[in-house]
Design a binder for this molecule. Structure first.
Ligand SMILES: Cc1ncc(COP(=O)(O)O)c(C=O)c1O
Length: 396
């Protein structure tokens, strides 16, 4: 039976990591997979996370099952962190489910939408995170795209995005990146988010917000402003939250889906549905990462230390943006100032597929096939090599 399966082409981003691992050059630069890195190229475990983990393990007396929707204390802490106090005051209208990473939360949200309305479509930004397509599409949602970014001019195509939303039938689902858009790094400003909230409410669209980089753009409050603004404007909302990047617990698979309903009665139905769907997907989410995050957020000293370290990570990325933009502008005599205005770990360099391959083969500079770079992979040690190398690839 299994001989009927066809060989799957390698995942484009994981393929970059595999090629990088095989490369023995001491010059190699990894701008591929989206993990935070410090100046020595390491992906650190935040101090507070390490301490919380040790304390949690010492205090833990059982590993018996929790429930399909996970650890309720983690869910409440994460809801407060992401949604803010206004929304948490509408606790009765909220349904929360812990999930295996932001990916699990996205999948759970897709299953919920399909249970509510079979045959639904979801409109995703053009471009969007490559894994949105299988995560949402394999659940059964039909994927459509909305205009988002003009790669030739490195700007949002905001008017076209709003026009697209304005023409959608009521009940259409729209996937938005709360901050740190992946792959472009191009976020909306406050006025643009207000305009999006207005059109979502007027056209009665269903927002599904992906929050994978909370705190890595500006800070915790400013990065979540989009969610809080939209939640004030619309009756229903889904938010998929990841703890992978901001808590540095990637492999612990920790995330949460929050669903806002129009009242406590529908919310209790949604909670039951989330529990049923989780049971059919993974039965129960993994506990370890959620127990750590719960401890970090509930102990004031750990929380403060985590916030300090997170702020440091965001500042480091933003100063690397300036460094990279200035050095690239100098080396190419072209304007890369737009890299400074973007946020989060990613920007997309104006390189053809062939130039991306040249950068890899001739210079050992690794990035996603669409020219997406992880800005956190830039360091004081590699910035000269990187920018002169990229300039030569762009000329060639
Ligand atoms: C835009 C976006 N959403 C969601 C995720 C999911 O993250 P995870 O499942 O690792 O928590 C990622 C991870 O790269 C992402 O970039």
């Amino acid at each position: 039976m299994l001989e009927t399966l066809i060989r799957v082409p390698p995942d484009p981003i994981l393929g970059v990591t595999a090629a990088l691992q095989k490369d023995e050059s001491t010059d190699k630069v990894d701008l591929g997979v989206g993990v935070y890195k410090d100046d020595s190229g390491k992906t650190p475990i935040p101090r507070a996370v390490k301490r919380a983990e040790q304390e949690m393990l010492a205090a833990q007396t059982t590993k018996t099952y929790l429930s399909p929707i996970g650890n309720p204390d983690f869910n409440t802490q994460m809801a407060a962190l992401t949604l803010g106090s206004d929304l948490v005051n509408r606790k009765g209208d909220l349904s929360l489910a812990q999930a295996p990473g932001g990916s699990g939360a996205l999948r759970l949200g897709a299953e919920l939408l399909l249970a509510a309305r079979p045959g639904s479509s979801i409109h995703v930004s053009d471009p969007t995170w490559a894994n949105h397509v299988p995560l949402l599409g394999n659940a059964g949602l039909r994927l459509e795209t909305y205009p988002y970014y003009d790669a030739a001019r490195n700007t949002l195509v905001f008017d076209r995005m709003i026009e697209h939303f304005d023409a959608l039938p009521a009940g259409s689902v729209v996937l938005l990146h709360a901050c740190c858009h992946n792959p472009t790094g191009q976020d909306l400003d406050g006025a643009q988010w207000s305009a999006v909230a207005e059109v979502l409410a007027r056209r009665r669209l269903m927002p599904f917000i992906d929050m994978a980089y909370h705190g890595l753009g500006e800070d915790l409050d400013r990065d979540a402003a989009s969610i809080r603004l939209i939640a004030k404007a619309v009756p229903e909302l889904l938010v998929a939250v990841s703890c992978s990047k901001n808590f540095g617990i990637y492999r612990e698979r920790t995330g949460m889906l929050a669903v806002l309903s129009a009242g406590s009665e529908p919310a209790s139905v949604v909670t039951g549905q989330l529990s049923r769907l989780a049971r059919s997907l993974w039965s129960m989410p993994p506990d370890h990462g959620a127990a750590i995050v719960d401890r970090v957020l509930s102990q004031p000293e750990l929380r403060q230390d985590w916030m300090t370290e997170l702020h440091h990570m965001a500042n480091r990325i933003n100063s690397l943006r300036s460094l990279l933009a200035d050095r690239l502008s100098e080396a190419t005599q072209r304007d890369f100032g737009w890299i400074k205005a973007q946020r989060g770990m990613f920007s997309r360099l104006p390189l053809s597929a062939e130039q991306v391959i040249n950068a890899r083969e001739a210079l050992h500079i690794y990035m996603a096939p669409d020219g997406r770079i992880n800005v956190a992979g830039v360091s004081s040690a590699n910035v000269d090599y990187l920018t002169t190398g990229l300039a030569s690839v762009m000329r060639g």
